[in-house]
Write a protein that binds this ligand. Structure first.
Ligand SMILES: Cc1cc2nc3c(=O)[nH]c(=O)nc-3n(C[C@H](O)[C@H](O)[C@H](O)COP(=O)(O)OP(=O)(O)OC[C@H]3O[C@@H](n4cnc5c(N)ncnc54)[C@H](O)[C@@H]3O)c2cc1C
Length: 394
């Protein structure tokens, strides 16, 4: 009876466990999760949880019935600290050593922090349920909120803080939020979304320090200004959780390197979700920090791991080759993006208007590279399906 260990029990880990069982793994299944709480979904953390409309029970990824069906051993509040590829032993933070023929790496990512700044109260990042609860507590008191970073998390936090009645400023290094990801036309639309809702934008500057004794009082900016703030939220991206794999032989480079079948450089070890930098058909390498990828990639990882353990060639199985997709809810607007456009791809309006709801496509050399929609889910869905066809064959 073979043992498979799933390390990390966020969305990708839970889906990997479920896929392993659904695809016939009837051996021992051990689910190892650093967080001491039952697995939960992250997108609502920056939306409904901050607004106070969802509690922990509303975002659970498992329930009694699904856990019973999974028939796994759960080691919650336990971190994998090392993996030895020769003995196939995982070392755990509680001192245990676990032998596993198969390993799924699903350790996700953690929020990047500002370096070289003092540790002060009311300075937050947002990745975990604990983070969201602490931030929600701080947002329950009136105050000025500074959001560092105008990416999706920053924008959603700004939107929630504004809805809770705070005076909000976003500090963004680029001239506009999401400029590098979406290009100037789309970034301009998002900038308007913020300003129309009364959020101030300070762009083209970076944060050089934080001011305060115990609690934060202000953010120092690279142009010499000081931005008063009672609460600071740092949303400057995420770092893949791979340190525990040092010396394991699993190749790392801004994430765990995998092939199209989610295989790492160590046989019988696969990776999925935010931590995995996978190779697409066509040779491009992508590490996608989106919910849909964390939901879908584990099925391929499980299939290829089980094939390897049976001594079969996983390459006979379908590869992981999704069309990237992300959504974001900001203010009253629902944003959707499919594909992987470059910022300098041409953006062409398909329907609606940039002043309200619209669907637009990105093109490079005449070919569609992405679809962007605001409040137009039906038309977006149609174009996303079309793009999926061409993306899959690229
Ligand atoms: C606030 C927020 C809002 C988001 N909103 C959206 C959205 O609107 N749309 C969208 O598409 N995506 C969104 N995302 C992204 C989406 O939630 C992630 O892509 C998804 O959660 C990734 O799942 P994962 O399982 O790969 O990683 P994670 O969710 O990061 O889970 C990894 C787990 O592994 C644990 N772990 C790490 N190291 C170890 C170790 N050594 N041993 C054991 N356990 C370990 C971690 O503690 C964590 O619990 C959002 C993310 C956040 C944080």
């Amino acid at each position: 009876m073979s043992t498979i260990a799933v390390v990390g029990v966020g969305l990708a880990g839970v889906r990997a466990g479920e896929a392993l069982r659904a695809q016939g793994h009837d051996g021992r299944l051990v689910m190892i999760g650093e967080e001491a709480v039952e697995p939960y979904d992250r997108p609502p953390l920056s939306k409904q949880v901050l607004l106070g409309t969802y509690e922990a029970c509303d975002i659970a990824l498992t329930d009694t019935a699904s856990r019973a069906e999974l028939d796994a051993e759960w080691l919650l509040g336990t971190r994998a600290t090392a993996f030895d590829p020769v003995t196939r032993h995982l070392t755990l933070s509680d001192g245990q050593s676990l032998h596993a023929e198969g390993v799924v790496i699903a350790t996700g990512a953690r929020a990047r922090t500002l370096s070289g700044v003092p540790e002060l109260d009311s300075v937050h990042t947002l990745r975990t349920l604990d983070d969201a609860r602490r931030l929600r507590d701080d947002l329950s008191r009136p105050g000025r909120v500074a959001v560092v970073g105008g990416g999706f998390i920053g924008a959603e936090v700004a939107s929630a803080a504004r809805a809770l009645g705070h005076e909000v400023t976003i500090v963004e290094f680029e001239q506009m939020p999401l400029l590098r990801q979406l290009g100037s036309a789309a970034a301009g639309v998002l900038r308007r979304l913020h300003t129309d809702h009364g959020v101030a934008l300070v762009t083209g500057v970076s944060v050089t320090g934080l001011v305060g004794r115990d609690r934060v009082q202000a953010v120092s900016l690279s142009d010499g200004r000081s931005l008063p703030a009672d609460v600071v939220v740092v949303g400057i991206g995420a770092v893949p959780n791979t340190e525990w794999l040092a010396g394991s032989g699993v190749a790392l480079d801004n994430g765990v390197l995998t092939d199209e079948w989610c295989r790492t450089t160590v046989p019988g070890v696969v990776a999925a979700g935010d931590v995995a930098a996978y190779r697409c058909r066509g040779g491009r390498r992508l590490r996608i920090e989106h919910w849909t990828n964390a939901r879908d990639m584990p099925a391929t990882a499980a299939r290829s791991l089980l094939a390897t353990l049976r001594g079969e060639d996983p390459v006979e199985q379908p590869a992981h080759d999704p069309l990237p997709y992300v959504w974001s809810d900001q203010y009253d607007s629902h944003l959707q993006i499919a594909g992987r456009p470059d910022a300098d791809d041409a953006l062409e309006l398909v329907s609606g208007s940039f002043d309200s709801g619209f669907v637009a496509v990105y093109r490079r050399d005449g070919a569609v590279t992405g679809v962007l929609a605001v409040d137009s889910p039906k038309e977006f869905g149609r174009l996303r399906r079309e793009l999926r066809g061409t993306w899959a064959t690229r």
